[in-house]
Design a protein around this ligand. Sequence first.
Ligand SMILES: *[C@@H]1O[C@H](CO)[C@@H](O)[C@H](O)[C@H]1NC(C)=O
Ligand SMILES: *[C@@H]1O[C@H](CO)[C@@H](O)[C@H](O)[C@H]1NC(C)=O
Ligand SMILES: *[C@@H]1O[C@H](CO)[C@@H](O)[C@H](O)[C@H]1NC(C)=O
Ligand SMILES: *[C@@H]1O[C@H](CO)[C@@H](O)[C@H](O)[C@H]1NC(C)=O
Ligand SMILES: *[C@@H]1O[C@H](CO)[C@@H](O)[C@H](O)[C@H]1NC(C)=O
Length: 932
Amino acid sequence: MVKGDTAFMGARRNPRARYLYAMLCLLLLAYLSSQSLHPSPKNAAELRNRCSALKQAPGPSPHFHRRKQSDRFQPGTRPTLIKNGKIWTGLRNGTDVLEGDILLDNGLIMGVGKFGTFSSVGDRLDIIDAEGRWVSPSLVDIHSHLGDASSPALDGAQDDNSIKGTILPWMRSLDGLNTHDDSYRLSISGGVSTSLVLPGSADAIGGQAFAIKLRKTSERSPSSMLLEPPYQINASESLNHSLPQRWRHMKHACGENPSDVYSDTRMDTIWAFRQAYNKASQIKKQQDEFCSKVEAGDFKGLRDTEFPEDLQWEALVDVLRGKVKVNVHCYEAVDLDGLVRLSNEFKFSIAAFHHAHETYLVPELLKRAYGKPPAVALFSTNARYKREAYRGSEFAPKILAEHGFTVLMKSDHPVLDSRHLLYEAQVAHFYGLPENLALRAVTSNSAEIMGMGHRIGYIRKGWDADLVIWDSHPLALGATPIEVFIDGIAQLKSPFKLEKPSAFQKPPRVPNFDKEAQLTLQYDGLPPLNPIKGKKYVVFTNVTEVFVRESGTVKATFSSTSAAGGVAVVRNGRLDCIGEQLACLTEDYLETKGKPHFVDLKGGSIEPALTSYGAPLGLEHINQEPSTLDGTAFELLSGVFPKILGDIILSRAVDGLLFETRDALYAYKSGVTTGISSLSHHGFFFGLGTAFSTGASHKLEKGAVVKDVTALHTAIGFGDQQSVSTQIAVLRRLLLTPPEGTAGVWFQRVAEGSLPLVVETHSADIIATLLNLKAEVERAKATKIRLTISGANEAHLLAEHLGKAGVGVLLFSHPFPTSWDGRRVAPGPPLSPSAMQELLAHKVTVGLKISEIWQARNLPFEVGWASLDMNSTLSKEEALALGSVNVERLLGLEIEPEDADLVARELTGTSPLEGKVVGILSPRRETVELFE
Ligand SMILES: *[C@@H]1O[C@H](CO)[C@@H](O)[C@H](O)[C@H]1NC(C)=O
Ligand SMILES: *[C@@H]1O[C@H](CO)[C@@H](O)[C@H](O)[C@H]1NC(C)=O
Ligand SMILES: *[C@@H]1O[C@H](CO)[C@@H](O)[C@H](O)[C@H]1NC(C)=O
Ligand SMILES: *[C@@H]1O[C@H](CO)[C@@H](O)[C@H](O)[C@H]1NC(C)=O
Ligand SMILES: *[C@@H]1O[C@H](CO)[C@@H](O)[C@H](O)[C@H]1NC(C)=O
């Protein structure tokens, strides 16, 4: 400045300088005027690029499939030839199956076909003989919180929900991605290779989602796990606009979650969306105006204006430009309607509605969404946990597919363990989703809806080398990988393989549920679940097998050898005659007993009904609605009792029972006719469990309460207000010196060994302490305590000690390291033998338990699955015991065999996923109840 002023002064004094000065001014003027005639800033080319990039659709370059190596290739990975596979490719709408070989190299599938013998290159090529087994693309989970909500859950790592405001399009799930989540390894062992990690649903706009591959990378960083990440993760300003653009992903949520977190109403949430989209639209409009000038070469007026943008809103602007896959957590018609209107108001399309429990009721509404109809990402049977989910139906996948929607099954990991994503597809198939679509729902279709169908989700030359060799047909119950490849790298080094019956190599022959699905629509999602009651005299024909209870075990009593199958004659709910046709249905017999109602079991069986434990079944209608449930048990050490009640009050679950809850009725319909429930609780508590009939209408009905008090229940765990040592001290005191009053009587009975003590805990350390405490009390009182451990993720570590102490355990069929104290799970095949195998080897009595009430209906599947994991070492009788007599014995329920319910199951194949319950034989109620 100072220098320039001096030069100017000098020019005015000197005539020569004055002349030069005038010339300079002229030149400057000429320059300036030329500029105003043809304005063109230096960065014109860049601006043109940038503006034209705005219109470019994301997706791979047209030359993508000419790639010779994957961008995710890990140098040093050896090529692999998989021979003799039965290859489900995902192509032709999921109907394409080839028998042949697959060559993997450079992280890619180099070829699919017949490659003859490769013996000469044996040392440069790994060869795996699939021996005719099924091979599929590895699984793609479109809804996961892997890494962001990691396991075991610790306070220091809850990174999936920001609550800094309900509109957060600038948040990125990548920024919370923990590389040490125990789930990566577990989910890979279930065949999952790719997950879309979505922010949580606490916000209307929770932020940007990222696709990851689950395998360990050599770099060990979150960024190196990303699959085709958008360039925006590095810089929003200095993008190379000539590169083909990559899909971005965004999470939205409506309904209860964002409303609850911000104490908002649905009206507030939709307004928040509209405000945000309005803001993004304004920026987009400014950009479009700017760019129309750039495109017209009209740089006048743009010289001082920068390209309009805003780091906070750029992702939402990209939604409006069709560059983002929008995944919306949304359940009910009211919310779906709001989002469909929003999509039309602001003209953006929705990739998928997630959870979406009412979508099957409003297909026409979905079809009105802007652009193309959204896909629907569902759970198979996880429903009714809140109002939004109350009308969820197992038939939703089938119904939506019939309307032409793309149906996806998802885990919402860790809500469901994504290791068992395939199970979701199996169950959806059981309830009517066609085989080809059920498989595509967790592979090709989820890849397509994620915008990744050009490289994952298919077995196809040029696609990523991500695939699974299964030990059975992938839709057969319990299908387990024997190898999983991600980017051409084998993930299971020495898998535990299971022996499976050959029937499991074929797709399951599922029942027909057309009538039930129709009824579900007719009743707006709440079809009547009660059976048709009152058949006194029923003859089941074409019965293949009959199993009954006998002194605390399950026994096979009949197995038909004839083509026609046997018959089972049931009078007043009791088996009157079982045998081949001629043996039971003599003319004399039919004459004396009157006219029966015939039911064709089509080769099916009659088996003991199952007993559910582990969730507050019968104590709640809707888990997240306090006005629909019994409530939480009194917390012994943190609550304050009114003095008048003395020290301890023991609540009895029987007093809180609610009948005709939909989950209990669903359980009944699936052959789970007894529920044993303790009280809902948050921490250390004591309460008395109860057993009830899941099919009863009210408590006063005959047989509704099977046993009013079954056992004394408690829960001991870390992270409670009082230390574990305090909880144990209280338990010791109550057992050694039972208090006065009614509560004391129950503790006395536990100490004497006449009432079981059921302790919920996972930790091997706590279990060990309990074994010591048991011995201590037994020594002091010269008794034998009946102790049962429930949950027991780490019980397998003490199998020998549990066996010696005669302590039984109630386990989940598939344990998950939800919390630190239960992290040392025996994950089961293909990673290890199952925990149950370990425990049974030491003669520990084992029963199966569930954790949420909606799972009660799935117990027959879990029993079948857990026994498959036992590697054919368990008889069918022993398997049935896992879900019936064992559970009852461990929980203090003795049912007289002649009073026990039986289930008539129509069976089309050999696995529980091929059978349908058609009747319940109830001796106590003296009737056969039929579902028709
Ligand atoms: C894909 O398969 C489903 C179910 O099997 C069928 O309904 C649908 O029409 C098929 N779609 C195409 C494009 O062939
Ligand atoms: C981001 O930057 C890193 C380091 O420069 C680079 O390795 C990576 O490929 C970039 N990622 C994207 C998606 O552009
Ligand atoms: C941008 O990408 C194009 C296409 O791949 C490439 O030719 C060009 O060199 C890149 N420009 C910069 C500045 O990296
Ligand atoms: C299952 O049994 C087979 C044959 O008996 C054996 O080879 C395999 O290792 C067993 N697997 C497990 C998980 O125990
Ligand atoms: C009995 O059921 C089996 C299995 O479904 C079937 O193959 C057979 O034809 C049935 N027999 C009669 C007489 O219906």
